[in-house]
Design a protein around this ligand. Structure first.
Ligand SMILES: *[C@@H]1O[C@H](CO)[C@@H](O)[C@H](O)[C@H]1NC(C)=O
Ligand SMILES: *[C@@H]1O[C@H](CO)[C@@H](O)[C@H](O)[C@H]1NC(C)=O
Ligand SMILES: [Zn+2]
Length: 308
């Protein structure tokens, strides 16, 4: 039998149907998965002009006194958190009782989940970089604007998602607040496995409100496909501590859906494409909440006409 006629068809079917997105660390030449520079071929938004993460150049940020502090609601509640290995990272599901207002966000937001981006074997793994420096790990807390119920519903709103980001810095001592998180990752080694952290409080892993006045703000996207351009990003100045022993424990436990060790789970930084990064003026008076947002929206509309 002559297979030569069918082979090209089979190959193209194979690559179209089974190509999954992957991180650079998973990609090898004989692989069919799409590494970050090829995400846009399957997910057009990944090639858009408002993509995340970005490198923040600290001397070029615009200080803005209309960026007030956040109001965190439910962050001290004791909750049961379900942790699931999603194949590309592990998600920690949050109940809707955890909420967020303020911070010049245009509405009320409900928490959905948090997750981490990390490196491996001593390599840094944050997604955002500051003046070109990549940090050991990054925490993302994902919030969806009311009344939307899912990312799909929020996707057409430029601020449909509020993402809070914290960078980690290496500390000599262990951060005991991370112990339950690290232990739970050891129980979700494989794709689709899940576990519960009982009696968890978000306030155990993030600093109290009074340390969170100071942050960067810009408009961007989800950092995994489909790279939906619907995110108001907040990156806090305040970093979180983690020891190298804890970093090793985190990066060595989980596996990708392919079975490979789940390391280096970050997207490379994306071009700013004319966007402005704002920095809150710590201690600025409350008020002017909507003002900041309206200003930024018109800047974006004028520059790119990209608002759907
Ligand atoms: C957490 O789970 C335990 C055991 O299932 C249950 O008794 C408790 O009520 C749950 N707590 C919350 C806040 O849902
Ligand atoms: C990984 O788990 C998801 C469910 O979370 C499932 O849809 C997918 O098929 C799994 N992938 C592999 C390769 O087992
Ligand atoms: Zn993330």
């Amino acid at each position: 039998m002559d297979f030569s006629v069918y082979l090209p068809t089979l190959i193209s079917l194979f690559s179209q149907c089974t190509a999954q997105w992957c991180y650079q660390s998973q990609y090898s030449c004989d692989d069919t998965c799409r590494d970050p520079i090829r995400w846009a071929a399957q997910f057009p938004s990944c090639g858009g002009l408002r993509q995340s993460p970005i490198n923040i150049v600290s001397t070029k940020v615009h200080v803005n006194s209309a960026l007030p502090p956040f109001n965190f609601i439910g962050h001290t509640n004791t909750i049961n958190v379900t942790v699931e290995n999603k194949g590309h990272s592990a998600h920690f599901a949050l109940p809707q009782s955890v909420r967020l207002t303020g911070g010049a966000l245009p509405g009320h937001y409900r928490a959905a989940q948090f997750h981490f981006h990390w490196g491996g074997n001593g390599r840094p793994g944050s997604e955002h970089t500051i003046d070109g420096e990549q940090f050991p790990m990054e925490l993302h807390i994902v919030h969806i604007k009311e009344p939307y119920g899912s990312l799909a519903e929020a996707e057409h709103d430029m601020a449909g998602i509020a993402l809070l980001a914290f960078l980690f810095e290496e500390s000599p001592d262990d951060n005991p607040h991370l112990d339950s998180v690290i232990a739970s990752l050891g129980r979700v080694k494989n794709n689709a496995s899940s576990t519960v952290i009982p009696n968890f409080r978000l306030s155990d892993i993030i600093p109290s409100d009074k340390d969170l006045f100071s942050y960067y703000r810009y408009v961007g996207s989800m950092t995994t496909p489909g790279c939906e351009q619907a995110v108001a990003w907040t990156l806090f100045h305040r970093t979180l501590p983690i020891s190298s022993r804890q970093l090793d424990a985190i990066t060595q436990q989980c596996r990708f859906w392919t079975g490979q060790p789940m390391t280096d789970i970050f997207r490379p930084t994306q071009p700013l494409d004319g966007r402005v990064v704002y920095r809150s003026k710590a201690g600025a008076a409350l008020g002017g909440v909507m003002h900041w947002w309206v200003g930024v929206s018109s800047v974006l509309l004028g520059r790119t006409g990209l608002i759907h």
